[in-house]
Design a protein around this ligand. Structure first.
Ligand code: NAP
Length: 244
């Protein structure tokens, strides 16, 4: 049985990706930053109901040593690691002149350094296996910028560069690396926005609505599938036509 690791997967897009990959037949290694993320949460039961193995691993993916222990445990528990989805991400929005250095550094650590940590560690396992799929969560903010998100857009643009470099370095070992760039997706992250801001955003979307988490999970499922075996180094925008 093949195994997929999804970081930051107790809720939101990560949980939807984990459930979709479970439906595709993968054993699932869930991750989040605290045990409390899995309390009053039925994601593990939903995944197990698909008939696959599912374990949760508590690790702050911005910390290299915690990622090292996490990846080592997954390898020991599951044997192989076939898919890595670098999903964990946070926002600490604010206009540039008011943004604190602390909030800049925190977002870089969680959104960007985590991708280095996990790709380096899981990439080594995949190189030995001579196969693997890595899928990174970028954002339209990394492609086009977004006022109030200097920190966040910087990390999401960086992830696009990291995706292309990983694709070039690991391609010869039959490992693909792609990114998805969601637009406005209906999650806790976007629920935190004011009604006014949300209405203004929806006006810019060709399809006239926010996306649903399952619409991100479906594209990730394709990138992990056999059908995507010759797709690498690409960024797929999933935004309902936001950028046209
Ligand atoms: P979410 O609902 O906030 O979920 C993110 C998950 O990551 C949470 O469970 C969070 O835990 C966890 N997490 C945070 N810091 C972590 C750390 N250091 N180590 C491990 N786990 C950590 O966010 P989402 O909307 O599903 O977003 C998922 C990804 O998609 C992110 O990379 C985001 O940037 C990207 N994205 C989202 C949208 C959107 O519209 N929602 C658009 C474009 C891109 P806590 O519950 O403790 O915070």
């Amino acid at each position: 049985m093949a195994t997929a690791i999804i970081t930051g997967s107790a809720r939101g897009i990560g949980a939807a990706i984990a459930l979709r990959l479970a439906k595709d037949g993968y054993d699932i290694a869930l991750n989040d930053i605290a045990e409390s993320c899995f309390e009053n949460n039925d994601i593990i039961d939903k995944i197990k109901a698909e008939g696959v193995k599912c374990e949760k691993y508590i690790a702050d993916v911005s910390k290299y040593d915690q990622c090292e222990a996490f990846v080592k445990s997954v390898k020991a528990d599951f044997g192989s690691i076939d898919v890595l989805v670098n999903n964990a991400g946070i926002t600490r929005d604010g206009l540039l002149v008011r943004m604190s250095e602390e909030n800049y550094d925190l977002v870089v650590a969680v959104n960007q350094k985590s991708v280095f940590n996990m790709t380096k560690l899981v990439g080594s396992v995949m190189m030995k296996q001579r196969s693997g799929r890595i899928i990174n969560l970028a954002s339209v903010a990394g492609l086009y910028g977004n006022p109030g998100q200097m920190n966040y857009s910087a990390t999401k643009a960086a992830i696009i560069g990291m995706t292309k470099t990983t694709a070039k370095e690991l391609g010869p070992r039959n490992i693909t690396c792609n990114a998805v760039a969601p637009g406005f997706i209906h999650t806790a992250m976007t629920d935190a926005l004011s009604e006014e801001l949300r209405a203004a955003m929806v006006k810019q979307i060709a399809m006239g609505r926010c996306g649903e988490v399952e619409e991100i999970a479906g594209v990730v499922s394709f990138l992990a599938s056999k059908d995507a075996s010759y797709v690498t180094g690409q960024v797929i925008e999933i935004s309902g036509g936001l950028s046209m």
